[in-house]
Structures are given as C-alpha cells and as structure tokens.
Design a binder for this molecule. Structure first.
Ligand SMILES: [Mg+2]
Length: 195
C-alpha cells in the first residue's frame, strides 16, 4: 500500500535556480515530470508538494506571486491530465528556523494528517539532504533523485541513518520503481490470500 507521495518542488519538479524561482516565467518543468505526476494520479495515489520558500520570508517574492506560480503550474499540469493534490509551503527564513521548515518534519506531518496517510506507507522524494532528513524525522520512506542538487547530494555522501535510500535519475524513474514495487506487493498479497 502506498498512502501518499510527497515531492520537493525545486530540483524535483522544476529546474532549480540559484536565485530561486521568482515568477511563472522562470518556472521550467524538468523532463517527464508531468508524466510522472499523471502516473501517480492514475494510480490514485495522493500527491503533495512539500517546499521551503524562504524567498517569501525574505520579501524577495510576494505570497501572491508564489500562489500565482503554483496556480499556473497546476494549470499547466492539468493540460497534461495531471494534478498536485495539495501544496504545502513554508515561507520561514533560515535565520528563524521553524518547525515547518525542512529539515524539520512539520510540513510532512501536516500532509500525513491531511491525507490520513501512514508515515511508513508514505514517501518523500527530494534532491537535497534536508528533504530526506525531514522524511526521516516524520517517519516516512525516502527517495533521492539525481535532478537538481541530487547528484551533489549523492556525491557528498548520505548519512547512514537515512538508509535505506533508493536513488533514481529523475522523478519518472522513481515513480515507476515505486509502482512496480507496489505491483509486486499486491501480487504477493494475492498469492498469500488465495493459496
Ligand atoms: Mg530541492
């Protein structure tokens, strides 16, 4: 069973920019992301975004513009038959670390509650260590993707407490692997049940 898939945004869904995404014009989907999200939608698995957006807290991006970016993102996804079920964001800055800001697990705990999802049956997919740490603190499964900062994160070394940590090239390969695992699991459950 897979209750919930949580995705980091920058570097997983869209191209991460050193200056952060400040408008819809600067938002570029990574390849095959729409397909990956559509695949989860088809499998009826809730999809949430869990994103730190300190840029808002630093007053470099208005809340209106952040909401507009997410609205346009959803519209663009809808055109491909895909959608995000809920977006959780944290505008707190690094200077005032908060319970919600990753690597703290606050947003993930909110998402688990929102979707009535079991942590052990929920995944966080991210490109940075803080995504994986937040997943660990929330008791969730975790996956690293090699998009965004992912390759650097992998090269820098993964702390052992975060293992097991499957690593995939991008969101689509991660999602496909997750669903395959689910299929195997269902098949096994079927065998157990019927023999
Ligand atoms: Mg990221």
């Amino acid at each position: 069973m897979l209750d919930l898939v949580m995705l980091d945004r920058d570097g997983v869904i869209n191209v991460d920019l050193p200056t952060s995404v400040r408008s819809w014009k600067e938002f570029t989907f990574l390849p095959s992301v729409e397909n990956a999200i559509h695949t989860l939608n088809q499998a009826k698995i809730p999809v949430a975004i869990i994103t730190n957006q300190a840029i808002v807290g630093r007053n470099e991006l208005s809340l209106e513009e952040l909401n507009n970016i997410h609205l346009q993102m959803q519209k663009s996804l809808m055109e491909k038959g895909a959608h995000i079920d809920h977006i959780f964001f944290c505008t707190d800055t690094t200077i005032e670390p908060h319970y919600r800001r990753k690597p703290a697990p606050g947003m993930l705990l909110e998402a688990l509650k929102h979707f009535n999802a079991r942590p052990a049956h929920s995944y966080m997919i991210g490109d940075a260590l803080r995504d994986l740490e937040a997943a660990y603190y929330a008791g969730c499964q975790r996956i690293l993707v090699r998009t965004g900062k992912g390759i650097i994160t992998e090269k820098d070394g993964i702390p052992t407490f975060l293992e097991p940590l499957p690593i995939y090239d991008n969101l689509l390969t991660a999602v496909k692997a997750l669903l395959e695992k689910l299929d195997d699991f269902s098949a096994n459950a079927y065998i157990t049940e019927h023999h």
